[in-house]
Design a protein around this ligand. Structure first.
Ligand code: ADP
Ligand code: X2W
Length: 261
């Protein structure tokens, strides 16, 4: 039987809230078995940019990343957030190691080509090029990788890369050798319907309807695109749920969020 790995993504609204983050990290640290944490931090980057007099520009959920913004996101994601998560997890006896997608070339990527929009230093992952060997080695050494949403362009530049996409890419690459569960944790109870009720399971057809009706919007669209891509490419299960539901899902197989079907 294949060994299981839980790939958990945590979004910026949890990271930005001290109490919610502490509770999430406690639950994450207590999860048994192999695990990887991918973090976002878009909200923190936006606040810090604002403090420095740079207004964040988002198009289709992606940050336009000019020279100055690249410096900020590199400092915030690879430095401030990643290293604080590592320190907090170490305090909880979880042997965390913090990395970006550029370290050991874990996540091959390229700069997003300029079409109608120039996103600047934004990375798109190279489809099917991530082999997962480095992460497998770290996992076998009983380390817990903590990945920041950054990649590189093979020419000396860091690239800002959507954290949901990184989570899906990591999950797909590890699914060749492990049974992978991918769990997107955020501040809402799951994917919500028109009456703000959690949708327990969502299909591609239902997703298309909700998008058309304007019920699934903004950041939830790329999140669901990434979730369906993971299922299509061999990931065993994908959930989108409140960070508080993580422990119950993994320990008791109880889903309080949305399962991708
Ligand atoms: N139908 C929906 N159900 C739940 N959240 C939704 C829905 N449509 C849009 N959203 C928005 O999507 C956001 C989650 O996507 P994103 O901003 O990428 O979050 P994160 O990266 O923090 O997980 C939620 O904060 C919510 O505002
Ligand atoms: C290119 C791009 O948009 N990158 C994202 C990376 C952070 C992220 O994805 O954070 P959340 O998961 O908290 O949204 C950004 O800078 O906002």
């Amino acid at each position: 039987m294949q060994q299981a790995v839980n790939i958990i993504k945590v979004g910026g609204n949890i990271i930005d809230n001290e109490e919610k983050l502490a509770s999430f990290l406690k639950d994450f640290s207590e999860l048994k078995g192999l695990k990887v944490l991918i973090h976002g931090g878009g909200k923190v980057a936006t606040e810090i940019s604002k403090g420095l007099g740079i207004e964040a520009k988002m198009v289709d959920g992606r940050r336009i990343t000019d020279n100055e913004t690249l410096k900020i996101v590199t400092m915030v994601y690879a430095g401030l957030i990643n290293k604080n998560l590592v320190a907090k997890l170490q305090a909880l006896s979880c042997n965390a190691i913090g990395l970006t997608g550029a370290d050991a070339n874990i996540i091959p990527a390229h700069k997003r080509p300029v079409k109608e929009i120039d996103y600047g230093f934004v990375g798109d992952v190279e489809e099917g090029k991530m082999d997962g060997k480095i992460l497998s080695t770290l996992l076998q050494a009983e380390l817990t990788p903590i990945l920041a949403p950054l990649t590189h362009d093979q020419q000396g530049n860091m690239l800002n890369t959507n954290a949901d996409t990184i989570a899906s890419t990591v999950a797909v690459s590890l699914s060749k050798n492990f049974k992978v569960n991918l769990i997107y944790c955020f501040e809402k109870d799951g994917v919500l319907d028109g009456e703000d009720k959690v949708i327990p399971a969502i299909s591609k057809t239902y997703f298309a309807e909700l998008k058309e009706q304007g019920i699934v919007v903004a950041g939830m669209i790329p999140k669901l695109d990434n979730a369906f891509a993971a299922i299509d490419k061999g990931v065993s299960s994908v959930y989108i749920m409140h960070a508080d539901g993580l422990k119950d899902l993994i320990n008791n197989d109880r889903n309080s969020g949305t399962k991708i079907s």
